[in-house]
Design a protein around this ligand. Structure first.
Ligand SMILES: CC(C)(COP(=O)(O)OP(=O)(O)OC[C@H]1O[C@@H](n2cnc3c(N)ncnc32)[C@H](O)[C@@H]1OP(=O)(O)O)[C@@H](O)C(=O)NCCC(=O)NCCS
Length: 177
């Protein structure tokens, strides 16, 4: 059984974002009304260790449509990524890179990096200082990808402690009144 251990990673925007090109026939598109079903299909295929989840469940509380991105190949959706705003119990906002997933047959071509970079640009344009994420320690490919995009591991340990770390950090970076 997979453990509950996660890494918590951060990436500040004073560090310039890399320019990630896409191979021929690949593009990035933004969420359109009705994309929920294709999101769910790609999510369930790429995150095969998760219980199948529906789009509404994933985005119930933090849904901001302009932070939802797809990778397309010849206009067919083959990858997903989301920039999500979360709020700490103290009411401070922070931005999370989440749900980066690319269908197996399209991996290793820079699509995941391009999707993640698109989300980072989106969060940066929203005025955030940094982006954060949590991912299970066993997802080594994704951790490598995030490191190449400038993320640093800030914490590694039980999921609950990683969540706590993420919230403490968000509160400590919140503007003082
Ligand atoms: C993680 C994931 C999104 C990467 O997508 P991708 O399109 O293959 O990523 P890229 O081609 O941009 O590769 C980025 C880096 O990931 C790593 N990587 C990609 N494919 C790899 C492979 N087959 N083996 C080992 N490392 C690999 C490499 O470090 C690579 O950088 P490089 O090309 O400079 O060597 C994809 O593997 C996936 O959907 N995995 C399942 C879902 C998941 O784990 N999501 C992330 C957790 S939130």
């Amino acid at each position: 059984m997979k453990s509950d251990n996660q890494v918590y990673m951060e990436r500040f925007f004073f560090q310039p974002l890399p320019k990630v090109g896409l191979p021929l026939y690949y593009n990035i598109s933004i969420y359109q009304e009705g994309d929920e079903s294709i999101w769910t299909i790609i999510q369930n295929k790429t995150f095969e260790n998760h219980k199948p989840k529906i789009f509404e469940e994933v985005f119930s509380s933090d849904f901001n449509k302009d932070g939802i991105f797809f990778a397309t190949y010849k206009n067919k959706k083959v990858g997903i990524a989301a920039g999500i705003f979360k709020t700490t119990p103290k009411g401070n906002f922070f931005g999370v890179l989440d749900w980066v997933g690319v269908l197996k047959e399209h991996r290793g071509k820079g699509i995941g990096s391009a999707l993640a970079t698109e989300v980072l640009n989106y969060l940066r344009m929203k005025g955030l200082l940094y982006a954060s994420l949590r991912t299970p320690v066993y997802r080594k490919t994704s951790i490598d990808m995030y490191k190449k995009l400038g993320f640093k591991i800030e914490f590694s340990g039980h999921r609950d402690s990683a969540i706590e770390k993420q919230i403490i950090k968000a509160d400590s970076f919140a503007p003082t009144k």
